[in-house]
Design a protein around this ligand. Structure first.
Ligand SMILES: Nc1nc2c(ncn2[C@@H]2O[C@H](COP(=O)(O)OP(=O)(O)OP(=O)(O)O)[C@@H](O)[C@H]2O)c(=O)[nH]1
Ligand SMILES: [Mg+2]
Length: 221
């Protein structure tokens, strides 16, 4: 029988998908909802997680995995809220690799978690291609980034079931057409759930928290 040649890129993707399946099994076994939060650097991911911890307090037990190239600054911010957190430093990787997430999960008490929020490395490109076995992928886009982003980075908008439009308190000061973004996002993914929110005014946070809580309820029955 002759050798079968698999292009390297395809082989890497297949192994990432196999890893993601393992992670999915871990999340299912612990009856937790895994949320993969993706955005450009500085869109407000960590601030949003901090607001969610407050909004879900007493209802859902939250744990957080932080992914950054360097530093544990974000984990230190989350730790102050008294929830479980683990920081992954990816060094040269522009996304959280599944094997690093698997190691991180081993450091958390998953039996006491309802919703695991994974803050991916700030980047709209690399994390889009790497499934982490998540139940929900959320792409966050802040109003200071430009309203053409769904058109320029379609993969992350196609593969995310929720879109968090962050920093809407800044709308009076920037040129950003929310309607255009929502139309473009829905053209790419008609099923996408869109949330306009501000971690400064608190607008939209409760609705977003309620959606995640409902998704966890639906998963565990
Ligand atoms: N005006 C306004 N500023 C915000 C809001 N959310 C976050 N910020 C600010 O935006 C900056 C970046 O917020 P972070 O939460 O650190 O963003 P991030 O996406 O976690 O950043 P990286 O982890 O570096 O990718 C900080 O100065 C926040 O205070 C918001 O809703 N409104
Ligand atoms: Mg952050």
């Amino acid at each position: 029988m002759g050798n079968v040649t698999i292009p390297v890129g395809q082989a890497v993707q297949q192994s990432a998908e196999a890893e993601a399946d393992i992670l999915k099994g871990v999340f299912a076994a612990h009856r937790l909802l895994a949320v993969n939060l993706v955005s450009s650097p500085g869109s407000g991911k960590t601030t949003l997680i901090e607001a969610l911890i407050g909004a879900l307090a007493g209802r859902k037990r939250i744990a957080v995995v932080e992914g950054d190239v360097e530093t544990d600054i974000d984990a230190a911010r989350i730790r102050k809220h008294g929830v479980q957190v683990h920081q992954i430093m990816t060094r040269s990787s522009c996304h959280i690799p599944p094997f690093m997430l698997r190691e991180a999960l081993g450091r958390l008490d998953l039996g006491s978690v309802d919703i695991l929020v994974i803050e991916n490395v700030g980047n709209l490109v690399c994390p889009a291609e790497i499934p982490l076995g998540e139940d929900v992928r959320v792409v966050a886009l802040s109003v200071t980034e430009g309203d053409e982003k769904p058109l320029k980075y379609p993969l992350i908008f196609r593969t995310s079931s929720l879109l968090a439009l962050t920093k809407i308190d800044l709308l009076p000061y920037v040129r950003f057409d929310v309607g255009n973004v929502e139309t473009a996002a829905r053209a790419i993914n008609p099923e996408v759930g869109i949330f306009r929110m501000s971690s400064v005014t608190g607008e939209g946070i409760a609705a977003f928290a309620d959606r995640l809580a409902a998704l966890h309820d639906a998963k565990v029955g």
